[in-house]
Design a protein around this ligand. Structure first.
Ligand SMILES: NC(=O)c1ccc[n+]([C@@H]2O[C@H](COP(=O)([O-])OP(=O)(O)OC[C@H]3O[C@@H](n4cnc5c(N)ncnc54)[C@H](O)[C@@H]3O)[C@@H](O)[C@H]2O)c1
Length: 357
């Protein structure tokens, strides 16, 4: 029986990682939870039946000797924890983003070179069934030549923006630092290495003075296609929509309901448009029904279930990680460019405001 330890007993750890590890209980057991808040580690350990709780990473590693260390703490802590776990020769899973900047990523990559452990970065949306299918269809040429994409991402305002203590409000550029890794690596999966970055933020909600912006626009340029993204933190609704287009077709994915629609509207006539709208509605209904039945029948595996399953299987079999530390670094480098642009925009806005006063 293999042993896993989870670092961080907060939101993502309790909602996704602990349940995902539980699915692998025939082969691996979560033996310890470690959180700098010991009371939190103990409470979550009791809730999930984890035998030991710690607030000291080194002590946990020496006592429990886990095969896998799963890092679910805020981004600014990832590098130190990952390096310590790699120095103890453990396989490491790091929640996105891999780290805060290039120097921290380099420290992790260097420690990985000197370790028997390997690093996997939790670029979870790449494990989304519809994303896997869309990538296959594009590779097969179903869309003709792939020519571009668009992402719409709405995070409920109550989740991070309204909470002055949430770490995301202190990330470079604000809350976008928490969501944008998904936008960056997903875009990269379709448009290839990201060369150009353009980002802008807009301050919409004055009632949250600690948040620099609540509405963001990103343009990411690959070699032969671009990705545009709108990220909003102003609504009480959540949404994550992806559109991919090529010379011969368009795909639309609702990342939350997990429905993929093959959009087809070559005719501009009222009959053609009506028929295409009807086909789209049919695909949405069929997709929602199939996914709903799968969920009720207990066959549903979410993206963290797939990620952690792959992390475990690939580590045990000595295979290349599904998302390598180099891929994690690529995303961090793009995020740093976004963060810098937004920080300098925020400074210009502040300077302008002080001149006006
Ligand atoms: N893949 C996804 O869809 C997804 C979704 C949400 C969050 N995340 C990522 O997961 C990570 C954690 O986010 P969260 O929302 O769960 O945060 P959280 O604040 O809810 O939980 C973090 C926990 O880590 C603990 N902690 C902080 N520093 C620590 C340290 N040095 N050692 C041990 N414990 C420490 C805190 O006490 C807290 O209990 C972040 O990197 C975030 O970006 C990923």
């Amino acid at each position: 029986m293999y042993k896993a330890a989870i670092i961080g007993a907060g939101f993502i750890s309790t909602r996704r990682h602990l349940p995902a590890w539980r699915r692998l209980r025939r082969s691996v057991r979560v033996v310890a939870l470690c959180d700098r808040n010991r009371a939190q580690a103990e409470a979550v350990s009791r809730q999930f039946g984890v035998p030991a709780a710690y607030d000291d990473l080194q002590q946990m590693l020496e006592t429990e000797r886990p095969d896998f260390v799963d890092i679910c703490t805020p981004p600014a802590t990832h590098a130190d924890i990952a390096v310590t776990a790699l120095q103890a020769d453990r396989h490491v899973l790091i929640e996105k983003p891999m780290a805060m900047n290039a120097a921290e990523c380099e420290r992790i990559i260097q420690a990985e070179r000197e370790s028997k452990g390997r690093v996997t970065v939790a670029h979870t949306e790449l494990f989304h069934q519809s994303v896997i299918e869309a990538r296959q269809r594009i590779r097969r040429g179903d869309l003709g030549r792939f020519t571009g994409m668009r992402i719409f991402y709405s995070t409920p305002v109550t989740l991070m923006t309204a909470d002055p203590g949430h770490f995301a409000n202190r990330l470079p550029g604000g809350t976008i630092g928490e969501t944008s890794p998904h936008v960056v690596y997903l875009s990269g999966a379709f448009i290839g290495p990201i060369r150009g970055v353009w980002s802008r933020g807009q301050k919409i909600l004055p009632e949250y003075p600690w948040s620099p912006f609540e509405d963001y626009r990103l343009e990411l340029m690959g070699d032969c296609a671009a990705s545009s993204a709108a990220l909003t933190y102003t609504s009480k609704h959540s949404a994550f929509l992806l559109e991919l287009w090529g010379t011969e077709g368009i795909l639309k994915i609702d990342m939350q309901s997990k429905v993929l629609v093959n959009y087809n509207r070559v005719s501009q006539s009222p009959r053609g448009i009506g028929l295409s709208a009807f086909k789209e509605a049919t695909q949405i209904a069929a997709g929602a029904f199939t996914n709903g039945v799968g969920y009720l029948a207990g066959r549903f595996r979410n993206i963290h279930d797939r990620l952690i399953g792959e992390f475990f299987e690939r580590s045990v079999n000595g295979r290349e990680p599904a998302v390598t530390s180099e891929a994690g670094r690529e995303t961090v480098l793009v995020m740093n460019r976004i963060g810098k642009q937004l920080q300098s925009q925020a400074k210009r806005v502040d300077a302008l405001a002080s001149v006006k006063q």
